[in-house]
Write a protein that binds this ligand. Structure first.
Ligand SMILES: [Zn+2]
Length: 134
């Protein structure tokens, strides 16, 4: 946890608020799969211990497809998907970099992730939800 700073974010209407502990240089992925492309979701994957829901549990709606492992959560009021439980990292969370507060002040490095060929690439993300990963 040393070196990580808790950053807050949320959906558009403010019902859903969350915090995620992030290092100074933040690694993120832009995925081209069928759902991420449609939502422009930019992934910051973190372990369970580095994520907390501050408010809005009652406003969250779940959407599942294909294997049903991923739990695509979004705000039922404004429709924004600020974070979800990813299939690649079911032991952690993926936070949407676009939903962080003051994101222009953060050092976010976005790498492409080929989610259209998910089976061939998902294992490369697994370490990101382990404690001690940065
Ligand atoms: Zn909302």
């Amino acid at each position: 946890m040393s070196g990580n700073v808790w950053r807050e974010g949320g959906c558009h209407c403010g019902a859903v608020r969350f915090a995620v502990a992030l290092p100074e240089m933040i690694e993120a992925q832009s995925c081209n799969c069928s759902i991420c492309e449609r939502t422009s979701f930019v992934h910051i994957i973190a372990p369970e211990s580095r994520f907390k829901l501050i408010s809005g549990a009652e406003a969250l709606t779940s959407y599942r497809f294909n294997t049903g492992v991923a739990d695509h959560l979004f705000c039922s009021v404004c429709g924004v998907k600020g974070f979800y439980r990813p299939r690649s990292n079911p032991d952690g969370w993926s936070v949407n970099a676009r939903c962080l507060d003051d994101r222009d002040a953060l050092d976010i490095h976005i790498e492409p992730f080929d989610g259209r060929n998910w089976e061939a690439h998902a294992a490369s993300l697994a370490h990101l939800s382990k404690d001690g990963a940065s």
